[in-house]
Design a protein around this ligand. Structure first.
Ligand SMILES: [Zn+2]
Ligand SMILES: [Zn+2]
Ligand SMILES: [Zn+2]
Length: 112
């Protein structure tokens, strides 16, 4: 059995329909009811298929510093290329980038 949650984000429940402010970069997601924390209890079963969306905030990585979600593709990587951070959460000199370039996060102007 499945449940149709319309345009809502399966992870945070935000409305991702056009005009909601969360439509850009949303991704189609299929998951099971037990992973969708905001569903009513009776639908929170791994036997229930949930067809919905992931907003761009939820589709990105979780920040290794503050633990909050990072907007899709706006994370920066540390020098080990292992972690993912908000650009503000990692000291600028620890942002990974191609040799001779900045990582493109916009916080490197003073280094030029
Ligand atoms: Zn979301
Ligand atoms: Zn952070
Ligand atoms: Zn940077």
């Amino acid at each position: 059995m499945g449940v149709d949650i319309g345009s809502r984000c399966v992870w945070c429940g935000v409305d991702t329909s056009a005009g909601s402010g969360h439509w850009v970069n949303r991704l189609s997601v299929g998951t099971t009811g037990d992973t969708v924390f905001w569903l009513p209890t009776e639908l929170r079963s791994e036997d229930i298929y949930v067809d919905g969306w992931s907003c761009a905030e939820c589709a990105g990585y979780e920040c290794d510093e503050c633990g909050k979600q990072i907007y899709l593709d706006e994370d920066v990587t540390d020098l080990d290329e292992m972690g993912h951070y908000h650009r503000e959460c990692l000291p600028v000199e620890e942002h990974w980038s191609e040799a001779g370039e900045t990582c493109g996060c916009g916080l490197h102007e003073e280094a030029n």
